[in-house]
Design a protein around this ligand. Structure first.
Ligand SMILES: C[S@@+](CC[C@H](N)C(=O)[O-])C[C@H]1O[C@@H](n2cnc3c(N)ncnc32)[C@H](O)[C@@H]1O
Length: 226
């Protein structure tokens, strides 16, 4: 799919579902690369979850960084987007040699079952468009799904809450304030790295969080002796 047809497809879905897509355009390749950056370099094979792939720009960036033995699940709430990512996985060269290790699940991430499943989570969710209670549920789900020591990478548009506040009503200001508080707590406690991406409309900041520290090995667990 060329860039203009990708924009056209994204727009067709987003104009009817703005509350869940939260964006007018898909992410730029620069933002996609920053979101997938934790997968670069030497590392053991692992399980990767992409949340909210949309038309698949970040999915392609993840696929290009997949190592032998990696497995990628993509969870997408919108059935039209989920189908187009399935088609992308079938047809795009970024997935060649990896197609049987990529699965697309039509669901909200908060409803995915399991605990300590993924080494990496890459999220494109528009948290600032969501009710505060949903943002809390989503962070709880990400923490449950992530293995200890695993990394979640996500983005926010720069100053998105501050720029909206003067133009919205009291209820919406209150919602933005609550979302900011929840997100801020997670950033303060768990952020390990961040990167500004100016080459995106609008500019964004990518945040990398370790939501659960690696458990210390219990006595008798280690390979050091029996
Ligand atoms: C801002 S768009 C990002 C799309 C794509 N990752 C990109 O960067 O261009 C957000 C995506 O998250 C999806 N989404 C929204 N809520 C979701 C949820 N609870 N679980 C999974 N996907 C969700 C939307 O349908 C949409 O595809």
């Amino acid at each position: 799919m060329g860039i203009w047809s990708e924009y056209g497809e994204f727009w067709k879905v987003t104009r009817r579902n703005f509350k869940t897509t939260g964006a007018l355009l898909p992410s730029s390749p620069f933002l996609a690369r920053a979101l997938a950056a934790e997968l670069e370099g030497p590392r053991p094979a692992g399980r990767i979850l992409e949340v909210g792939p949309g038309t698949g720009v970040v999915t392609k960036a993840i696929a290009r960084r997949m190592k032998p033995g990696d497995h990628l699940d993509c969870v997408e709430l919108n059935a039209t987007f989920a189908d187009s990512v399935r088609e992308l996985v079938r047809s795009h060269r970024a997935f060649s040699g990896k197609r049987d290790r990529v699965e697309v699940i039509t669901s909200g991430v908060e409803d995915l079952p399991g605990t300590d499943v993924y080494d990496y989570i890459v999220s494109g969710l528009p948290l600032n468009s969501f009710p505060a209670a949903l943002v809390r549920r989503i962070f709880e789900a990400l923490a449950r799904l992530l293995k200890p020591g695993g990394v979640v990478s996500y983005f926010e548009y720069v100053l998105v809450r501050e720029l909206q506040k003067p133009f919205v009503n009291k209820d919406e200001r209150r919602r933005l304030h609550r979302v900011g508080k929840i997100v801020g707590q997670y950033i303060t406690e768990f952020q390990v790295r961040r990167e500004h991406v100016l080459m995106n409309v609008p500019p964004a900041v990518v945040r990398h969080l370790i939501l659960k520290p690696k458990r210390a090995a219990r006595r008798g667990d280690s390979s050091a002796g029996s």
